[in-house]
Design a protein around this ligand. Structure first.
Ligand SMILES: [Zn+2]
Length: 123
């Protein structure tokens, strides 16, 4: 996989894949979902959350690269890195004055100009 420049590789060449599949199954069950839900394109919040936890577990419990984990979830590695970073969040830079924003309950708040940007719940 890496010998091919990191782009083209076969999933059968990913030693961690069986473990990743076990983790997906385990996390799906833990959340009352099916493994299929976690690898689907669904954006339902409970699925997105379970998927994110499963991706983190894969990173923690295997030596798989982000690209390999992404493949197991039918996703690109950038999606995995976002999930590992705690999900998508607005930039912590104020969109109005470019000042630094403070993390408050459910949002980011700019003390300089007073702008508040909602954060996604669960993060
Ligand atoms: Zn501001």
């Amino acid at each position: 996989m890496r010998g091919l420049g990191g782009f083209e590789y076969d999933t059968s060449d990913t030693p961690a894949l069986p473990v990743i599949k076990q983790i997906i199954l385990r996390e799906a069950r833990a959340h009352g979902l099916r493994a299929f839900d976690l690898t689907s394109k669904s954006r339902k919040q409970e699925i997105v959350r379970a998927r994110r936890i499963a991706m983190r577990s894969c990173k923690r419990e295997t030596t798989a690269t982000l690209a390999e984990i992404g493949t197991a979830f039918n996703r690109g590695h950038s999606v995995v890195s976002i999930a590992l970073a705690g999900g998508w969040q607005p930039k912590q830079t104020c969109p109005k004055c470019l000042g630094r924003m403070e993390k408050i309950e459910g949002a980011y708040h700019c003390n300089r100009c007073g702008v508040t940007v909602a954060r996604k719940t669960g993060d």
